[in-house]
Design a protein around this ligand. Sequence first.
Ligand code: ZN
Length: 312
Amino acid sequence: MQSPINEAGLTEQERLGLQAFKLRLRTSYQDAKENRPHKSASWGDDADQPQQHDRPLPPAPPVPPAPSVVQQAPVARRLAGRIAVGLVIVSGPGSLEMTDVQQQKIVAEVQNGLSFLGGRAPARDVTFAYDIQVASITTPATAGQHATGSDVFEQYEAPWRDAALAAIGQPAGSSGIARYIKTIKAAKSARAAYCAFFTHYQLQHFAYCRGDYVVMHYDNDGWGTDNLDRVFAHETGHVFGAPDEYALSGCNCGGSHGVYGRPNLNCENCADDGGVPCIMKSNDWAMCTETPYHLGYTMPRTSGLSPTPGVV
Ligand SMILES: [Zn+2]
């Protein structure tokens, strides 16, 4: 039996979370998922609209921290236990506004993506605690501007990102992001935390991960908004240390990834028959046998593998 929820008593965040959950229960939403475009396509598939979908990047260059900023940035090391997820929904002026419907869609897609990642945890110990912030900013559109310089990602990202950080009471740059992540980690009593920005502003690439945070364009490029859930799950995989497995990423089957230090054996370039479907390789709710280790799930003792000592 469902317990009645007094929606009047909910905070704005809670209401948004509940509305998103209800959206996911609708037949029309579930039908859209059944018929999502580019189902099972490799993330690197450029034959039909979608471009190479994402780019894991080195962490953002450090901005000199404000005196009050924490010394040690909390990092999301493994997908185990309670995970705090900060969603910063960036709403700008005019066509850059994130409407109520779009806000709900974002939260629903994130819930959908993370329910996949949580559901695949062998120990069933992964839960997500959300902090949802709608950051209203007045930063003008940067569309059409020609970015130059050494860090084009940062050039496109910084104006709206730093305004959004200010809107949620955080300093600019990577120190603001680190502080926000640390704040939600503590507030949610979480074992790890990360955050994601959703925006209509022009980006260098429509989805990417930079250290502890993810940036996603609402339109999700040629993949479309009904695939935001899987792209978000994929980017979250990068946050926790999972490498790309699609051919165009340039992956190879070696390396030492995630807290278990495992190679990338399902890499399309070298695995038998191009590997099996996996969220790190293609637009599927599927996972190869290595990705659980890369993500740092709590694995059965029978695996004989253990995480790097000292990593919690
Ligand atoms: Zn990727």
